[in-house]
Design a protein around this ligand. Sequence first.
Ligand SMILES: Nc1ncnc2c1ncn2[C@@H]1O[C@H](COP(=O)(O)OP(=O)(O)OP(=O)(O)O)[C@@H](O)[C@H]1O
Ligand SMILES: Cc1ncsc1CCO
Ligand SMILES: [Mg+2]
Length: 261
Amino acid sequence: MRLNQIRQNNPLIICLTNDVVKNFTANGLLALGASPAMATEVEELEDFIKHAGAVLINIGSLTKESMPSMEKAAEAANKFGVPVVLDPVACSATAFRKNFCLKLIENYDISVIRGNASELKGLIEEATMKGTDSDLSLDTVAIAQAAGGQLETAVIVTGAQDAVYAQGKVKKLSNGTEMLTKVTGGGCLLGAIVSAFIYNEVEPTLDDLVEAVSYYNVAAERAESLDNGTLPGHFQINLLDMLNSIDENDVAENMRVEEVS
Ligand SMILES: Nc1ncnc2c1ncn2[C@@H]1O[C@H](COP(=O)(O)OP(=O)(O)OP(=O)(O)O)[C@@H](O)[C@H]1O
Ligand SMILES: Cc1ncsc1CCO
Ligand SMILES: [Mg+2]
């Protein structure tokens, strides 16, 4: 499993992420045992990325000014053989976001796309979206299968049930809690955690991706069950504590995973 390896090796995760979740993301990665660095300056990205285990590109605060940094980060990661995780935040809400994501996917090697069901649907067909919120009636497994096949990359589609596509197979995961939607960045932090779990793996295995999502969702279940864990403020802090304290056995014993194809 990867959790102990991350804790032993403390991989550097370069995050180009949105203004809302930078602090929470950095603290979540530290709680896991990875080493976060938030960087955006085109001139320094190669220097950072050549020593990185993975790069996260999250378009939550996309602007014309931030696009060149994201493209440079993807280019540098490809040059140095560093995996890239893309979080296409709200890409089905605006053409501006969707076009940029499709350009990144076309021009660079992306190791994993992690988004909610409305986001992944929008990358392969017409879809609409209200802000960053997903349409909860969508079938995450069907979308993961279609998006993974069409975009030729590993895909994680989140919702009440999560679906992971890699190496031509899909698994359905049933851990987690609705509390993750009551704090901002519940999905954004997962994208960062996935980046850490695939450090140094440009072609991640299905098992490593399943472990990443299960680790995160089992930690969230524990966080909810702790003191005041059904209140968003306490839940957010409890989640950092549980990301720090659960181990590989906790994940293996509590993960609910089904192979669907
Ligand atoms: N109803 C639910 N029950 C259990 N877990 C959930 C539920 N909704 C979301 N989750 C979990 O929350 C995490 C984030 O998924 P979600 O689909 O909300 O991401 P997102 O929409 O990208 O979030 P954000 O954009 O706010 O960061 C995942 O780990 C997912 O399993
Ligand atoms: C609220 C919000 N707005 C842009 S990004 C973000 C974080 C959750 O996706
Ligand atoms: Mg999101």
